[in-house]
Design a protein around this ligand. Sequence first.
Ligand code: ADP
Length: 504
Amino acid sequence: MPQLLTVDTDARTVGNVQMFVGGEWVAAASGETFAAVDPSTGETIAQVPRGGEADIDRAVAAAKAMAVEWQFTDAVARAALLRTLGGLIAANAEELAHLEAMDSGHYLAKARELIGALPLWLDYFAGLADKVGGRTIEVPGNKLDFTLLEPLGVTAHIVPWNYPLLILARSTAPALALGNTCVIKPAEQTSLSTLRYAELVQEAGFPDGVFNVVTGFGPEAGAPLAAHPDVMGITFTGSVETGKAVAKLAADHVAQVNLELGGKSPMIIFPDAELDDAVEATVQGFCSHAGQVCVAGSRLFLHSDIQDAFLEKLVERLKTAAVGDIYDDSTQMGPLVSEEALERVTKYIEIGKLEANLLYGGGKPQGTADGGYYVEPTVFTDVSNTDRIAQEEIFGPVLSVIPWSDEGDLLTQCNDSDFGLFAVVFCQNITKALNMAKRLQVGGVMINDWFGELPMSPHGGYKQSGTGREEGLETVHGYTQVKHVSVNLDGSLRAGSDWSGAPL
Ligand code: ADP
């Protein structure tokens, strides 16, 4: 099969691409396209179809037409296709990494790491296909009572731009494994790796219509997908505001929703913490992918006794953090994803200067390309937990340092947030660390470590950080519904004592 999407790494271009609907590579019904931009340079690298409602209708119809056949395809066959796909991802990892880097701003070494890990997700979720099921239930009388775990049907997957392939795989792989068909709407900033992934889906041999991709903008393609009455499950990862809009559209046709939204994760440093480890985790926490991570540890609760020593080490470490082009081997942090993102983060840095004390950064890193969307790692100290830079999700490399000294007050402040995605505790006293883990109102806690996403562990948020869980066995609930079956084993309706003479 000829490859439709080609990457020229020297010219840093991809060319014109098409989207994948019902097993065919097509332009948007309107014929319109939009530009994919390399955030390292600000240059256009591809023209992408600008999908709209007509394209969504076509994709959902294709997915619906295949829903029953895919549901009744042997689970082992569905699993085998997912494993084949995992193998093709491994075989094409270098190209996928370049696409992910050029389109989303992940520096190449990181993109290679991310894509290198991806087959693990395919393998884990393939394993679910023939291992999860319903249960038998003990009821009174001579009956066989059991449940069947069945797919939802057509599922929609609205994906953000920060980890395009990881987030695509972590929701579509379990959906497919459990017998659902999929319509994907990648973020408008990052369509390219998803389209290459779709080529690999086709090459793996998935039947036409099982996996469909419509590219385009949120209000034009995402909203009609979420609103489509034939879509029975929606997985959305992105901002709280858009997540609420998607949930409202889903409510109109009572579709099940999984929402993975924002965060303002506390990084909590106790006075007995291993300082070098805690400093490194802090840097990873707010600088990974330039802070454009939903779990980003953007609120640093630092014990007053160690504040000076910690901040000195933090500044020294930040001086060594190389910010630059995705293709530079020394780069440890790339650009923000778009001009709009740069404007938003710059606005928050100005707010921070009014609310708190700027300790480090705040500007454009030296030596970065003029057209790229770069910002320095930025640290504010003397932040109050009620400040905007401590309460609002900035989605950039900006850290708010909040001093603490009383443990009860610390917990109150950590939980005083609309978000509840994730928290990190650095503390050698395991009793204290576990007490924090138990009382923090968040969906995930790391102790003496920084976040590493894995397919085996559930991921999701409390409060406005979301509903439902991705990954782990918990993800099964997001892509299945329960059917209850009861069988009368007496052979005759009236033979059972509970029916004879029963009132109508
Ligand atoms: P960001 O993370 O940049 O704030 P969003 O949360 O708005 O972005 O976007 C995440 C995903 O949701 C993207 O695929 C985007 O196109 C899509 N999206 C944006 N607006 C809507 C909408 N009104 N309805 C459905 N999807 C949307």
